[in-house]
Design a protein around this ligand. Structure first.
Ligand code: SF4
Length: 798
């Protein structure tokens, strides 16, 4: 064995071992922050400046492009230290390297905002020094120059600090840093040994695989092992959560992946994933899983937004963090309850603690936001090359619109005006900057009224280009607001100003990503107006996220047509897909179409009574609970009032907008099995009862879906249609596919288990058309229609 870093570690020397069993990786940023951060959570870290990923987009490129030829930008560096049987890889992307004839200069760029004086931060220097050390090892250098450059995001002015180091100096620094980190890593390594032994011995936690589940698990494992993207439709009953988690856990032990992100659109999805891990734990698995809860939900503050300056859980956070982490190592399910308990005990912010715990866990269960949103707190996981992360994206059909929302940004005139008035005395420069933004809105409104655009609603302007003038004005607001917020802002003024600050920062972020996949929409209504940078096509930005992970599995019970979802979600021809069959016998579901009734928007008014009559007939003629789904609340109410007149004795329960947790539970409780009377529930498609609920057995034996679920016509939908019209898919991509997905989800509520039997009635003439029918899953055959009897499957149906 050849000693590498002689005599530096309490726990042994670093050796180039031939027998590496455990590999660990840490980014330069993580290493430095973990070891060096102390004291309180700083407000500046929380709100000043764009996210690190975005810094590159906004300023770094500008600076790097102006550097001379011999300057190499964004150089990926990595270094591996071996400690007995452990290999620790320290890796990261240095902003720039100048390789001159007789010297080398390593540059790290930090973006700053506002006019605050530049402060050199020890953590920034530490990052530079680590990169410099790695470079020296790789190139066998004895001296090196290091430059820390602070770049003003707005003006592009720079402030530079230079130092030079010898190899011996940086070696001592690096080894000390790694030593401190390794004492923690060793705990992690010991844990991984325990974890891996448990995975090796782990059998599938249930008596048997469900039909189709094993096949799904095999597809998942192969994609994870090969580092690929897999799009999978795993119909209800397959047991998709365990079908994806079991092979993912096995892949961790096989070193195919190192960390699992289980991403969900809804809280219920997180609970199901937690339960799957709990079931595997029952079967002997040892696995640390962090569940992330939204900051506003888990925050201990009783009211108002987060304020780290005054919050006792933020003051001195880093001084107590390591004790809290150490304590957490005694547990494995880092759920919201566990995190809250630990946070109370150690007086640390529960939200920050959950993020810090995520580093030390084996899996993270969280909302899509944490991985895909440009403002995500977990972006650090997606900034490295050769990542060994796997993303498991649950109910992936939801990601299309969620991604659009995450990448878009909007601003309302009223908010600008309110904060402008509020800041008038407290900080006139901020107020004036907001006044200019307000003026911009006023001009736009005038233009929208005086020069209406053909084919657009009155008061609406759509532009292909980004609103550069507005973005510049918003930069001014940020700069002034930061100056005010960094001093001692008024307690009452700070929260609304901060809220607006974040909205504006989001606009600037979207402005930085703006390309032909975005449009600018201005809409005025009465005294208010809104400007939106709308991301029509989220595929490219999603693709960038997938490019930064080892593998991703995007799965759902309804993911057809698969080509549409693959395209929208950033996949390509080369990516795998699988459509698994339903595990239930076809005859368990009786599907009918009432193709006599027209439910198009124009025809609705004439057919409310017909729809109510058909629902009443089905409800009167059968035992068992039933759910009826509508495309909107308005439509629901119009039909329900007629239904109640027609069938007053049938018990009903009705979904209302914005139901509380308790009201939701009561709604579902009405479907308890064993109730004497059958109930008819009225709900909307795509809502909280339209997917993700399980009413098994006799809790639900029938469903009626009214209409083909097309999203409401609006400017944004029309823009999506126009965009995809270029490939002749406009109407399908904007309306038909999202609509039919909701229909399939709603109809899918009826048969949840092998024992379930039930009927689904689809009401709308359009269901007879090939355009819609070819999207039906094969297990919806045969299709009975009131009008024409059994319909043969359409050509080209999937
Ligand atoms: S507990 Fe709440 S207010 Fe305090 S730092 Fe955490 S999120 Fe902010």
């Amino acid at each position: 064995m050849q000693p590498l870093c002689d005599g530096l570690f309490d726990f042994g020397k670093l050796y180039m071992s031939e027998d590496v069993q455990y590999k660990m990786a840490v980014s330069v940023r993580e290493l430095v922050q973990f070891v060096m951060l102390s004291g309180s959570i700083e407000r500046g870290l929380g709100f000043v400046g764009p996210s690190p990923a975005l810094e590159g987009v906004l300023g770094h490129q500008h600076l790097q492009e102006g550097r001379p030829e011999e300057y190499k930008a964004e150089v990926y560096l990595k270094h591996e230290c071996h400690i007995e049987e452990v290999a620790l890889t320290v890796r990261g992307r240095v902003d720039g390297i100048w390789e001159l004839e007789d010297s080398v200069l390593i540059e790290e760029i930090k973006t700053v905002s506002g006019r605050r004086p530049i402060e050199e931060k020890p953590v920034h220097w530490a990052q530079c020094k680590v990169y410099a050390y790695i470079y020296m090892v790789q190139h066998d250098l004895q001296h090196i120059g290091v430059q820390l450059t602070y770049l003003n995001r707005r003006t592009y002015n720079t402030t530079e600090f230079q130092r030079s180091f010898t190899f011996a100096e940086l070696e001592v620094f690096f080894d000390d840093l790694v030593q401190q980190y390794m004492s923690w890593s060793l705990i992690q390594i010991r844990w991984q040994q325990i974890r891996d032994r448990s995975i090796k011995a782990l059998h599938f936690p249930y008596i048997d695989y469900r039909k189709g589940q094993r096949s799904f698990a095999v597809h998942v494992y192969k994609a994870l092992a090969d580092g690929q993207l897999l799009f999978a439709e795993a119909p209800t009953g397959i047991g998709k959560t365990m079908g994806v988690l079991f092979p993912a856990v096995k892949a961790v032990e096989q070193k195919k992946i190192a960390k699992i992100f289980y991403l969900t659109a809804k809280t219920i999805g997180r609970e199901v994933a937690q339960k799957a891990f709990a079931d595997m734990r029952e079967a002997g698995l040892r696995f640390r899983v962090t569940t992330l809860t939204a900051k506003e939900k888990i925050c201990f503050r009783e009211e108002g937004p987060c304020d780290v300056e005054t919050c006792p859980f933020a003051i001195g956070y880093y001084d107590r963090l390591k004790d809290a982490l150490f304590d957490a190592m005694n547990e494995e399910a880092w759920t919201r309850q566990t995190i809250e308990r630990l946070a109370h005990k150690h007086v640390v912010c529960p939200f920050e603690l959950s993020l810090d715990l995520s580093i030390w866990g084996d899996a993270i269960i969280c909302d899509y936001n944490y991985a895909f949103s440009p403002n995500a707190q977990l972006r650090r996981y997606f900034e490295e090359d050769d990542s060994d992360i796997a993303l498991l994206v649950d109910e992936a059909h939801n990601l299309v619109d969620r991604a659009r929302a995450m990448f878009s940004a909007s601003l309302e005139k009223r908010d600008v005006w309110d904060v402008k008035r509020m800041m008038q005395k407290a900080h006139p420069p901020t107020s004036k900057a907001l006044h200019r933004v307000n003026k911009f809105f006023v001009q736009m409104r005038k233009q929208a009224e005086e020069e209406p655009q053909e084919g657009r609603p009155r008061g609406t302007i759509v532009q292909k280009d980004a609103p550069k003038e507005l973005l510049t004005l918003l930069e001014d607001v940020l700069e002034e607001a930061e100056l005010y917020l960094m001093k001692e802002p008024d307690e009452d003024l700070a929260p609304p100003l901060l809220e607006l600050y974040f909205r504006i920062r989001d606009m600037i972020r979207a402005g930085g990503q703006y390309d032909k996949r975005f449009v600018t929409i201005f809409e005025s209504f009465r005294s208010d107006a809104m400007l939106r940078l709308f991301c029509i096509d989220p595929s490219t930005l999603l693709k960038k996220v997938f490019a930064r992970v080892k593998s991703a599995i995007l799965f759902s019970a309804t993911l057809r047509p698969i080509d549409y979802f693959r395209e929208m979600l950033g996949g390509g021809e080369e990516d795998r897909h699988v459509l698994l069959p339903s595990p239930f016998p076809q005859e368990h579901l009786h599907l009918m179409i009432d193709d006599r009734i027209a439910t198009t928007y124009r025809m609705r008014g004439r057919t409310y009574g017909d729809v109510a009559r058909v629902i009443a007939q089905m409800a009167e003629g059968r035992d068992g609970n039933m759910l009826v789904f509508f495309p909107s609340y308005r439509y629901l109410e119009d039909v329900v009032s007629r239904f109640l007149e027609r069938a007053p004795s049938i018990p009903v329960i009705i979904q209302r907008p914005g139901m509380s947790e308790e009201e939701r539970e009561n709604f579902l409780y009405a479907f308890e099995s064993g109730s004497v009377e059958s109930i008819v529930g009225f709900a909307v498609m795509g809502g909280i009862f339209g997917e993700g609920i399980d009413l098994v057995g006799d809790r639900l034996t029938g469903a009626i879906v009214v209409g083909v679920g097309l999203p409401q016509v609006c400017t944004e939908r029309d823009l999506i249609r126009e965009y995809y019209d270029e490939q002749n898919m406009g109407f399908d991509y904007a309306y038909v596919y999202p609509g039919m997905n909701k229909v399939m989800q709603a109809a899918g509520r009826v048969i949840r288990t092998e024992e379930d039997r039930g009927r689904v009635l689809l009401i709308d003439q359009r269901f007879r058309q090939e355009r819609y029918r070819k999207l039906f899953p094969p297990w919806w055959q045969p299709v009975w229609t009131r009008h024409t009897g059994i319909l043969p499957p359409p050509k080209g149906s999937s």
